[in-house]
Ligand binder design. Structure first.
Ligand SMILES: O=C(O)C1=C[C@@H](OP(=O)(O)O)[C@@H](O)[C@H](O)C1
Ligand SMILES: C=C(OP(=O)(O)O)C(=O)O
Length: 411
């Protein structure tokens, strides 16, 4: 096992080129392929999740291994259902525990040929593409929005278009809107018919002459965290915009109550410390699940009691993030409580911390990146298997070094 030891500088100043958004990259790649576009989207990320998507679409091998990429697994399941040929779609062991039954059922209702080659309800899948005739399908919106995005994106390729009826609470809704945004940029006619129903007209995609992917707001959250925890900091992040289709752009607003101000300039944002953090924080992360880890670590280390709800999807992500957060925060001396698998709270209760805490990352990039800034108030922190960051932000550790952090054991 690899381990790094992090220490932070006193003052943190930097200009950071973030990776581009893997959510946008992976949508643009799927839509571009369905549009049979001539050129690839520009500014594609070099992260694992996008690399596996590029490889799958370029090579189309009989067995497609998408590693740990949830978007690639879900989007390709729908894509391969309408693409000629038979493929096995598989991923890491963890991916084989991440449910996909609701998407498979929905695709079968549309007429798709999708079989389980392992356990019922989970990858790997055996998919044979064909033309899908049916157009009306109902599925729960409360497990993963990626199923809905996957179905929407193949909508323009269906003979009769698509009507999606969603039942239950709709989670991660900004990601559905992001999908619609990209589809429309590629000429699709799609949208919300009402609060619970989406439509896609049987109108083919028309690729724009070029499509440029913007930087990743979820990745920016770790720099907000650094700014919030540092005694003195100013960070410039080029390639981020106020008017972003990414739901995680809301991180700027959320961190304004934790003492970080965002200045929106022409082609960048600038983060600066300003004002006093709130004395406690309550927030429902239903629309920004990927920000939850960032806020758990930031609030606890700023000694801000919190109550975070809307976390039900965290259990089926790269790891069970609720369990992982509780376990690792305990190493730092914070006792968190969980309620009903969807609420995490910290009421200020402390326990003895480990003498030299060493954070486990559970094959989850966000565990590594959310905990790394904790080295600022702690003085020093070890992180196990730091290479996990490559899922979304391969140069995260280099960027920390460039702003003055020392990282022992990196190479
Ligand atoms: O569509 C997307 O790009 C994503 C949707 C979200 O997943 P869920 O819809 O499963 O919450 C998010 O957590 C994931 O990182 C990316
Ligand atoms: C949940 C995530 O990714 P995915 O579901 O696409 O694997 C994430 O990046 O936090």
């Amino acid at each position: 096992m690899k381990r790094i030891i992090l220490t932070s500088p006193d003052k943190i100043y930097g200009n950071i080129t973030l990776p581009s958004s893997k959510s946008i990259c992976n949508r643009a790649l799927i839509i571009n392929a369905l549009a049979q576009a001539f050129s690839k989207p520009e500014n594609l990320s070099d992260c694992d999740d996008t690399r596996v998507m590029i490889h799958a679409l370029q090579e189309m091998p009989p067995v497609i291994d998408i590693g740990a990429a949830g978007t690639a697994m879900r989007f390709l399941t729908a894509f391969l259902s309408v693409h000629p040929g038979t493929h096995i779609l598989t991923g890491t062991q963890r991916m084989q525990q991440r449910p996909i039954g609701l998407l498979v059922n929905a695709l079968r209702t549309l007429g798709a040929d999708v079989e389980y080659s392992g356990n019922e309800g989970y990858p790997p899948l055996r998919i044979t593409g064909r033309q899908l005739i049916n157009h009306d399908v109902t599925l729960p919106g409360n497990v993963s929005s990626q199923y809905i995005s996957a179905l929407l994106m193949i909508g323009p390729a269906l003979k009769n278009g698509l009507t999606l009826n969603l039942t239950g609470e709709i989670i991660s809704r900004p990601y559905i809107d992001l999908t619609l945004h990209l589809m429309k940029s590629f000429g699709a006619k799609a949208g919300w018919a009402n609060e619970k129903q989406l439509y896609v007209e049987p109108h083919p995609y028309e690729a724009p002459s070029s499509y440029y992917v913007e930087s990743d707001w979820s990745a920016a959250s770790y720099w907000y965290e650094i700014c919030a925890l540092a005694p003195e900091a100013q960070i410039e992040l080029p390639g981020l915009f106020r008017q972003s289709p990414q739901g995680d752009a809301y991180v700027a607003h959320l961190f304004s109550s934790l003492g970080v101000k965002t200045q929106y300039l022409d082609h960048k944002v600038v983060l600066q410390k300003e004002g006093k953090p709130v004395s406690q924080m309550t927030y429902n992360f239903i629309n920004q699940p990927d920000l939850a880890q960032t806020f758990v670590v930031t609030c606890a280390l700023l000694n801000i009691p919190f109550r975070f709800s809307g976390l039900q999807s965290l259990k089926i992500k790269e790891t069970d993030r609720i369990a992982a957060l509780m376990k690792e925060m305990k190493k730092l001396g914070y006792v968190l409580t969980e309620t009903d698998g969807c609420i995490l709270e910290w009421n200020g209760e402390r326990c003895p911390s480990d003498i030299s805490p060493c954070i486990d990352t559970y094959e989850d990039h966000r565990m590594a990146m959310a905990f790394a800034p904790a080295c600022i108030p702690l003085g020093k922190l070890s992180i196990n298997n730091p290479q996990v960051v490559s899922k979304s932000y391969p140069h995260f550790w280099d960027d920390l070094q460039a702003t003055g952090f020392t990282i022992n054991g990196k190479n």
